[in-house]
Write a protein that binds this ligand. Structure first.
Ligand SMILES: *Cc1c(COP(=O)(O)O)cnc(C)c1O
Length: 402
């Protein structure tokens, strides 16, 4: 028997009735601090009044018209993203994978129009995650995700992350772009060295290869800057983003320089839903919060507080955690016991987290999380840690090693 809802996820047995800020209320009456945030997506918390208002008001006016007509909400959103980033032009879509697909199309088309139709290959990183469409599975390259889905889409090759010489050696006359996450999220919160990003930028300038960043998870304030690459002082040629952009409402975006965007003339790319009035109203409401003066400084302050408190937990429980990593409010704690056990213990203690690769517990609270909530979350984690330690002790008492 298969469930009517296709069982592609191993779901926790929890359903939520409502949320408020960083809190989620389950139907069984329990409440949880939400440091999962819908996988780094509920960027301004649950039921944010300005987001609720923007969505309800827009829904009552017009939800969808298609891209056959002007969409003032999308024009406004694009103007704001252009004004606040390297980009000259923006394409809106519905998800991270779709944004990455479009990003690869744009990079190839820009090379084609620059007189290099042979430049179609994309260099990706070991440990990457770019989404679940057929082409993005190939860009991701993880054999676990590819199994049973046929011949991988051609044109993607992989090199070790944070290794500039490996990229240099992999560039051929057929290379169109280098594509990477400034912080690898799914594979375990692995931060690209700023010097590595600067060297990649220089290598791209030298070779005419385009730099394509996947900021689906790292973007929209998650790291304390609007986009994570800003910490390294470089700019990409093209970039995708999605998760936090709509505060939980589905929307993705491809941001490009004019050199990359120039080939994207009418008919070259499209989407029925992408950038509709409702999605763009939601994203504009999110940007109102994130671009407000002082907001990103506050994200950095919360991150610094969490770093300090979490370092104490890691130091206190080396048998549970062996490392903290990440940037801003994209935090990873590498676990010693299986991360699933730590996640379950945290949940029992009232804290929702996400797992990531490399046995990492991922903490990605709403960017609006308060100082008190940060302290509460760490207290939950301390209780979870104590419970795990107790369990381990009981186990050694009950089952002494022979
Ligand atoms: C989540 C994620 C994606 C895929 O986004 P979807 O909206 O699930 O398609 C792609 N890249 C990165 C870095 C992600 O974190």
């Amino acid at each position: 028997m298969i469930s009517p809802l296709m069982p592609t996820y191993k779901r926790a047995d929890l359903a939520f009735e409502r949320g408020e800020g960083a809190w989620l209320y389950a139907s069984d009456g329990r409440r949880f601090l939400d440091f999962a945030a819908g996988i780094a997506t509920s960027s301004i918390g649950h039921a944010h009044p300005a987001l609720v208002r923007a969505i309800s008001e827009q829904a009552a006016r017009v939800i969808h018209v298609s891209n056959l007509f002007r969409i003032p909400q999308a024009e406004k959103l694009a103007e704001r993203l252009v004004a606040n980033t390297f980009a000259d032009s923006v394409f809106f879509c519905n998800s991270g994978a779709e944004a990455n697909e479009g990003m690869v199309k744009m990079a190839r088309r820009a090379q084609f129009l620059a007189g290099h139709p042979e430049r179609t290959d994309i260099i990706c990183m070991d440990g990457a995650f770019h989404g679940r469409t057929l082409a993005m599975l190939s860009a991701t390259g993880n054999p676990k995700y590819l199994e049973g889905f046929g011949t991988p889409v051609a044109g993607f090759k992989h090199v070790p992350f944070n290794d500039i010489e490996a990229v240099r050696a992999a560039i051929t006359p057929q290379t169109a772009a280098i594509m990477l996450e400034p912080i690898q999220g799914e594979s375990g919160i692995k931060v690209a060295d700023p010097a590595y990003l600067r060297a990649l930028r220089a290598l791209c300038d030298e070779t005419g290869v385009l730099l394509a960043l996947d900021e689906v998870q790292t973007g929209v304030g998650r790291t304390g800057r609007l986009f994570a690459h800003q910490w390294s002082g470089i700019t990409p040629d093209v970039m995708s983003t999605a998760k936090g952009l709509g505060g939980g409402f589905p929307i993705g975006a491809i941001l490009a320089t004019k050199v990359v965007a120039i080939g994207m003339t009418p008919g070259t790319h499209g989407t029925t839903f992408g950038g509709n009035p409702l999605a763009c109203a939601a994203a504009n409401a999110v940007l109102d919060v994130i671009l407000a003066p002082g907001f990103l400084d506050q994200v950095c302050e919360r991150a610094a507080l969490l770093d300090t408190l979490l370092d104490a937990i890691v130091a206190d429980a080396p048998e549970i955690f062996d490392q903290r990593r990440g940037l801003g409010l994209l935090i990873g704690l590498r676990c010693v016991p299986p991360v699933g056990n730590v996640q379950d213990a945290a949940q029992d203690a009232g804290l929702l987290c996400v797992t990531a690769g490399d046995n990492v517990l991922r903490l990605v609270p709403p960017l609006t999380v308060t100082e008190t909530e940060c302290r509460d979350a760490v207290a939950c984690l301390a209780r979870a840690t104590a419970a795990l330690k107790d369990r381990a002790n009981i186990k050694t008492v009950l089952e002494p090693t022979p």
